[in-house]
Design a protein around this ligand. Structure first.
Ligand code: NOJ
Length: 540
């Protein structure tokens, strides 16, 4: 689908970016695991240039590098290869070529905070204290009583430190003990990682999603994190027992992201988006890491705000206002680490959330299956696969949001002919691509419609954002205006029907979340919104 934009606008301010969790997208060789050929098979679904396809402009593929898969690819043992479960470099090149032919850019997941403990660098590093690669990782002497150097915690549970019996020192791992952290203060590590970016740019990729950016460096004095006063034993995630002021978000992150941006600018048009679960003030700081801004942090706030019009208005106003002209605002409803939006918010709410995501001023990220309203799947304990289940003592698993994509109503939802690595959702007979294609009011049609409208209307792609005051406190309303296109979005965040005055002027309906109001229908004076219903209107 051709986008209506000025050539000077970089692609990453235009494209809808679709996240593929490769384990679960499409299995082409019937081993129960998704793979690169499976993604190739489904490129037309993503964008075949016609309004029948989803119309995404880029795919971000979660890690596909060789890996022992302790953290399903987020533990890399070779940065410049493809895990045989997914294919090989030739198939990857074919994927890039075929995606580009359809106008789809490729974003690689760059997991550079840590490697796998099986990576040859770590194998060398742990072999002796005087190995040349010792300093490539973060090693520390025990305390005098032999215990871990300080109180820092690992995100996946337990201490951040593990003792290496052989050399008598502890190594640091922000995640599983099989994921030792690289020492980003070491210049050889910095150079090596820049080469990794260049390797993949050489293979045609257009951007990188940088994993765990908040964790790149820790306090050089290794000071204990202070107790988090808001922590409630048994309720709060044990990781949050301390405020991570010394173990995360250190000022040197700016330099590290800067090194990636240097590569991006050298090759032009490469986008870097970094993973950080931060509040607005810190996100603003991340936005200033590169100039010109070829880098943006993820803005995850839409996932955690209470479902209230006022909360969304206040946050989005503040976020939008904080953007400098060339910044790339980002919005996300879900990913492979968080509950699916349809489970977290509910069905109608997630339709309203889709309207928001695709009409706000910013680059939207869509997690595979979100466009079908796929929900978290209740997985029996014995079938859970996430490595964090064990280390968090059963506190959490991310498997429920990682289940196979639901393509059709055949066995295993058309994902694979054999039993998949995680169970398929029970609702797959009706929540699937083929079924929803034929249902004119389905979530899939809503996503397709909104993405098409976004791709083809300058007002939605590039227009300014301004929220409006409303009579009802349950309605969030905003305009998106460009030179000659003016749009109005109105969303009812409540479970009640609300009649709200419209701004002065005549409007025509472009799309509603229930998809049952004819396009082009004229409106003026007032509008009545059903519970959690949203409208996209155009000033006529
Ligand atoms: C964030 C990734 O999104 C998550 O899936 C992974 O477990 C950790 N980083 C460690 O790489």
């Amino acid at each position: 689908m051709k986008q209506d934009h000025t050539p000077s606008t970089p692609w990453y301010r235009q494209a809808v970016i679709y996240q593929i969790y490769p384990w679960s997208f499409k299995d082409s060789n019937q081993d129960g695991i998704g793979d690169l050929r499976g993604i190739i098979e489904k490129l037309d679904y993503l964008n075949d240039g016609t309004p029948d396809s989803l119309g995404v402009g880029a795919i971000w593929i979660s890690p596909i590098y060789p890996s022992p898969m302790k953290d399903f690819g987020y533990d890399i043992s070779d940065y410049c290869g493809i895990d045989p479960r997914f294919g090989n470099l030739d198939i990857f090149d074919e994927l890039v070529e075929k995606a580009h032919a359809r106008g789809i850019k490729i974003i690689m997941d760059l997991v550079t905070n840590h490697t796998s403990d099986q990576h040859p660098w770590f194998v060398e590093s742990r072999s002796s204290k005087d190995n040349p690669k010792r300093d490539w990782y973060v090693w520390h002497e025990p305390r005098p009583d032999g215990s871990a150097p300080n109180n820092w915690l690992s995100v996946s549970g337990g201490s951040i430190w593990t003792l290496d019996e052989k050399t008598g020192q502890y190594y640091l791992h922000n995640f599983l003990l099989e994921q030792p952290d690289l020492n980003w203060r070491n210049e050889e590590v910095q150079k090596e990682m820049q080469k990794v970016l260049e390797f993949w740019i050489g293979h045609g990729v257009n951007g990188f999603r940088v994993d765990a950016a908040s964790h790149f460096v820790e306090d050089s004095l290794f000071r204990d994190d202070p107790i988090n006063k808001g922590y409630i034993d048994g309720e709060t995630n044990p990781y949050d027992k301390y405020s991570h002021i010394f173990s995360t978000n250190q000022p040197e992150i700016k330099k590290i992201i800067g090194l990636m941006c240097d590569i991006s600018e050298k090759y032009k048009d490469i986008f870097i988006v970094s993973e950080t679960y931060l509040g607005l003030e810190e996100i603003k700081r991340f936005y200033r890491f590169c100039d010109p801004p070829v880098h943006a942090p993820f803005n995850f706030q839409l996932m955690s705000l209470p479902w209230q019009a006022e909360a969304f208005k206040i946050y989005i106003d503040r976020f939008d206002k904080s953007m400098m002209p060339l910044d790339v605002p980002t919005y996300v409803l879900g990913n492979h680490d968080r509950d699916r939006v349809a489970s977290q918010r509910g069905s109608n709410e997630s339709r309203a959330a889709a309207l928001l995501l695709l009409t706000l001023r910013g680059t939207p990220f869509v997690y595979y299956g979100e466009e079908l309203g796929m929900k978290n799947v209740d997985i029996p304990k014995k079938l859970l696969r996430d490595g964090f289940v064990k280390t968090s003592e059963g506190m959490f698993s991310r498997d429920p949001e990682r289940t196979p994509m639901q393509w059709d109503s055949t066995e295993n939802a058309g994902f694979s002919k054999v039993a998949p690595w995680l169970p398929v959702a029970n609702d797959y007979k009706t929540v699937n691509v083929e079924y929803q294609k034929k249902d004119s009011a389905s979530m899939l049609i809503l996503y397709k419609t909104l993405i098409r409208l976004r791709n083809t209307n300058k007002g939605l792609l590039e227009g300014s954002y301004r929220s409006l005051n409303t009579e009802s406190q349950d309605i969030f309303a905003y305009t998106r205006n460009s030179d000659n296109q003016n749009f109005l979005v109105m969303i009812n965040f409540s479970n009640n029907k609300i009649t709200e005055p419209l701004p002065t002027g005549d409007f025509e309906c472009m799309c509603t979340t229930h998809l049952d109001v004819p396009t082009g229908q004229k409106l003026n004076g007032t509008i009545t919104l059903r519970p959690n219903e949203g409208y996209l209107l155009k000033y006529s």
